[in-house]
Write a protein of this length. Structure first.
Length: 64
């Protein structure tokens, strides 16, 4: 999990919602906006953190 624990803008905790968001919205066929509403992520800055995040740990790991 490489998503930041807290939102860069407001400081709310967003890292705890990543696994469920990824499972339901990215790998499933659910609407990401609906999933974020159900998880309680309401601020636009926090939504931006969740929707725009891309896991790069598999790409970067061989170079460490």
């Amino acid at each position: 999990m490489m998503i930041p624990v807290r939102c860069f803008t407001c400081g709310n905790v967003v890292g705890e919602h990543w696994d469920e968001f990824k499972a339901r919205a990215r790998e499933g066929d659910e609407n990401p906006a609906k999933v974020l509403d159900e998880l309680g992520v309401e601020r636009h800055c926090c939504r931006r953190m969740m929707v725009s995040h891309k896991d790069l740990v598999d790409v970067v790991a061989p170079y460490q």
